[in-house]
Design a protein around this ligand. Structure first.
Ligand SMILES: C[S@@+](CC[C@H](N)C(=O)[O-])C[C@H]1O[C@@H](n2cnc3c(N)ncnc32)[C@H](O)[C@@H]1O
Length: 214
């Protein structure tokens, strides 16, 4: 195992500090997001109930729990021990593990599905081929990836959220180059969706969702 790059350490420190406030703010966000749930439903149908699915960068486990409710055999993985403590507390029947998406402790082809729901947004663009290459490695041929991220060209810099003495960039990206990048590392992109801002959700910019197959 190699040492974590600085951006991973910064990301872990940030989420360890804000985990409880993040959870309090976002715990019901899926209730008001029918389009997001529809995409998760499509992903669940594509994957099916047999194979193992990983929610990579699961945070408090909201998406992990939703995918489990759709019948998927899903576990969560995250960098942040504080996020994982909440995920385990809120979802006692589900499995959550600590680790980095850049270096997964899984054999080649182990997964039928992988989700990265706003968790690639702290990885610099030049490291995304490594990240998605690692996700591709652990997916079985025909396995599916569901990816969510904010749309834009400039990062959103969060400084001292909820008064905690931490800061982090939330990268915004265009769906087209993200889709091209996935194709370059060996995925076939099946769908590219942009959801524009809805009053009922907390999103302030359009949100992009890609579904790809290995
Ligand atoms: C914006 S939060 C999203 C959490 C969750 N997916 C959700 O939608 O509620 C980003 C999460 O990704 C995790 N994360 C970021 N980079 C990661 C990496 N390289 N490996 C594992 N987790 C990572 C963070 O620790 C954080 O919990």
């Amino acid at each position: 195992m190699t040492a974590d790059p600085a951006f991973v350490t910064t990301t872990r420190t940030f989420y360890d500090a804000i985990a409880e406030d993040y959870h309090a703010r976002f715990r019901t966000v899926l209730d008001d997001a029918p389009l997001d749930r529809a995409l998760m439903g499509a992903f669940a149908e594509l994957v099916g109930p047999e194979g193992q699915v990983a929610d990579l960068g699961c945070g408090p486990g909201l998406v992990t729990a939703h995918l489990a409710s759709l019948g998927l055999r899903v576990f969560g993985l995250d960098l942040s021990s504080s996020m994982l403590a909440i995920a385990r507390r809120e979802n006692p029947g589900l499995r959550f593990e600590q680790g980095s998406m850049l270096e997964l402790d899984l054999p080649d082809g182990a997964l039928a599905g992988a989700v990265s729901w706003y968790s690639s947004i702290h990885t610099p663009w030049e490291r995304l081929p490594d990240l998605f290459g690692e996700v591709r490695r652990v997916l079985a041929p025909g396995g599916h990836l569901l990816l969510g991220f904010q749309v834009g060209d400039e990062p959103n810099h969060h400084n001292r959220p909820w008064g905690h003495p931490v800061a982090l960039d939330f990268e915004r990206r265009r769906p087209e180059p993200m889709a091209e990048l996935l194709e370059q590392v060996g995925f076939t992109v099946l769908s590219r969706t942009v959801r524009f801002t809805e009053e009922t959700t907390l999103a302030q910019v359009p949100q992009a969702f890609l579904i790809a197959r290995r």
